[in-house]
Design a protein around this ligand. Structure first.
Ligand code: F6P
Length: 356
């Protein structure tokens, strides 16, 4: 078969591992040929492509980013965007498309499926908030990056008796904040799922200092919100811009929170915004294996004609689920996971960790 591939949305380590797995199994087991469309859906709208074969994917397993590049282009926002995608697939005689992306990318894949295009999705986001799958690749690598950063921030916080506020990615879900906060031994974890009262956060830091712990680490997700009694309950935006899928640019909560903590406690407080280093660099071993398994699952799904579906990880098995189910809702941090974290903390988001 001739198979098209694209990577859409925010990049993350592991994308190249997916591409490599699809091509290797497709070549060795199914004698497929491949064409890569560049920069997400833009590659189909504007017919930007490259041939992809065994040589193309040789040596890309450990490389971050994506050899096909990516974008947040939304065909539904472009004149005849969906039809131009379909025309480009026809021009290249593509028999099936593998779309690797998050809920935005896969929502476009669903639209193409509804128009009769044979498409299989692969879930990707460092946020780990895609419905229908237990883990997305990119998440483990991001957590490792954040955990290492927290370890580094720990020593300087202790040296200066400071409160350090570390801002991590996570628009709608606090998976990165929660996992890396636990792994890094943070004293407070603030996630979008639980709006927080800044006075209670300040009080918990004060209580910790009264117990002789003169430094603290707060991990806050960029999408976390001040509760209505200590703010307007809205996420903090970098600016009023929105991408083509309507997402605002979040960022800046750490600086505001640091200022508010210092104002209330009198303790020196600094903010660290980790930003896109969470998305860069080489994938972890876990993500290389998970991404490879997703790619192998996707190419098998193509040859089982399981179109309009996404490869998903369920209880450590790669299964096939309808795209509709995957994009129906975000997978936010569930109460069970929050209760696990509360085993260390009196309450995720407002109370400090038990004395360490
Ligand atoms: O969707 C993943 C993500 O990394 C979010 O955590 C973050 O808010 C967003 O992408 C940043 O998007 P961009 O790279 O387009 O600024």
């Amino acid at each position: 078969m001739k198979i098209g591939m694209l990577t859409g949305g925010g990049d993350c380590p592991g994308l190249n591992a997916v591409i490599r797995a699809v091509v290797r199994k497709g070549f060795f087991h199914y004698h497929d040929e491949f064409v890569g469309f560049l920069e997400g859906w833009r590659g189909l709208i504007d017919d930007m492509s490259m041939s992809v074969d065994l040589d193309t994917v040789s040596g890309i397993l450990p490389r971050g980013g994506t050899i096909l590049r990516t974008s947040r282009t939304n065909p539904s926002k472009r004149t005849d965007g969906i039809d131009r995608c379909i025309a480009t697939l026809g021009k290249h005689k593509v028999e099936a498309l593998v779309a690797i992306g998050g809920d935005d990318t896969l929502s476009v894949a669903q639209k193409l499926h509804e128009k009769g295009i044979k498409v299989v999705g692969v879930p990707k986001t460092i946020d780990n908030d895609l419905g229908g799958t237990d883990y997305t690749f990119g998440f483990d690598t991001a957590c490792n990056v954040v955990c290492e950063a927290i370890d580094r921030v720990h020593t300087t916080a202790e040296a200066h008796n400071r409160v350090m506020v570390v801002e991590v990615m996570g628009r709608d879900a606090g998976w990165i904040a929660l996992y890396s906060g636990i792994a890094g031994g943070a004293d407070v974890i603030l996630i979008p799922e639980r709006p927080f009262d800044v006075d209670k956060v300040a009080e918990s830091i004060r209580q910790r200092h009264e117990r002789g712990r003169y430094f603290s680490i707060i991990v806050v997700a960029e999408g976390a919100k001040f509760s209505s009694d200590s703010g307007n309950g809205a996420p903090i935006l970098q600016d009023m811009g929105k991408d083509e899928f309507g997402h605002a640019k979040l960022g800046g909560i750490a600086n505001i929170l640091a200022r508010e903590i210092e104002k209330r406690t009198g303790f020196e407080t600094r903010a660290v915004v980790l930003g896109h280093i969470q998305r860069g660099g080489s994938p972890s071993a876990f993500d290389r294996v998970l991404a490879t398994r997703y790619g192998l699952g996707a190419i098998d799904m193509v040859h089982r004609s399981e179109f309009g579906c996404m490869a998903a990880l369920r209880a450590n098995k790669i299964v096939s689920i309808p795209l509709k189910e995957a994009i129906a809702r975000n997978r936010t941090v569930d109460d069970e996971m929050i209760e696990i974290a509360e085993g260390l903390f009196e309450e995720v988001g407002v109370k400090e960790a038990a004395s360490k």
